[in-house]
Ligand binder design. Sequence first.
Ligand SMILES: [Cu+2]
Length: 376
Amino acid sequence: MSEQFQMTRRSMLAGAAIAGALTPLVGAVSAHAEEAVAKTAAVDVASLPRVKVDLVKPPFVHAHTQKAEGGPKVIEFTMTIEEKKIVIDEQGTELHAMTFNGSVPGPLMVVHQDDYVELTLINPNTNTLQHNIDFHSATGALGGGALTVVNPGETTVLRFRATKAGVFVYHCAPPGMVPWHVTSGMNGAIMVLPREGLSDGKGKSITYDKVYYVGEQDFYVPRDENGNFKKYESAGDAYSDTLEVMRTLTPSHIVFNGAVGALTGDNALKAAVGERVLIVHSQANRDTRPHLIGGHGDYVWATGKFRNPPEADQETWFIPGGTAGAAFYTFEQPGIYAYVNHNLIEAFELGAAAHFAVTGDWNDDLMTSVRAPSGT
Ligand SMILES: [Cu+2]
């Protein structure tokens, strides 16, 4: 075992000890929450219909109805935690990512308000670290974090009632190592739709033709003495150097969907003129400000909660770190649109940009070139 790895192990254990203040809370909350879940199960949940959902990799979203059909259901999801090496830019920079279901971000789950979310969370024995899941949409037990701590080789099942409608972040939050896991990619989002679907808050129903999920991620990759990004054998080996970079609060990369260019060029998000598109955008750790260059947010729930009326006709909207937001737009012109974090340094220098490739007919009334650029 290398000296560096031993240091890393010690640092991790020290981190866990510092988090001691949290640990008794985890235990205490856990016992009560189990009781509460058991009571609910005895009264209500056993008789509810169950629906099993297969999750899909972002930016895509599993099939779902926008209005709920019938009463509340138990919606069953399964996610496998995958620790894996990923490449996060065109220069081949490597990161030992921690992922829900193999992708950064983890998949978007969709349910309706008052449904029960039942998640089977698997930490295979091929992994090396302890993980869990904190749902911002859940109530109690650290968002489920206290009930779902799984070591490699363990599986847990969590059920919670989705009482609040909106888009919400979920993320890993193991005692002592929360920001490391979150900034290693271990976060995603859930969309809890109102049972009657979305509305503008003034009685008009809002229906989308497509939904895309953009997960924004800040990475903190250490550099060597020459300024080049360092490579490591494992996440554990990278831990102490990564923590040093994290403490500067200066990300080396800010990307959409796990890597620079994950949603640009050939990977652009597709739409057509007239299509109504919902963009769910999450940032589990850091503030962001999405902007669609050449378009708008017709209806925007910047902080993502559907009981609040959306704001209309937005140019840029602000999503605080630890939040998912939703923006609805009907495309009116064809072409390539950049969808960016409008801190333009973060977009153009660090990677926080996507493309929409939109097909259809150009509308001269909305814009026309009266005189193409030319000399006098
Ligand atoms: Cu984790």
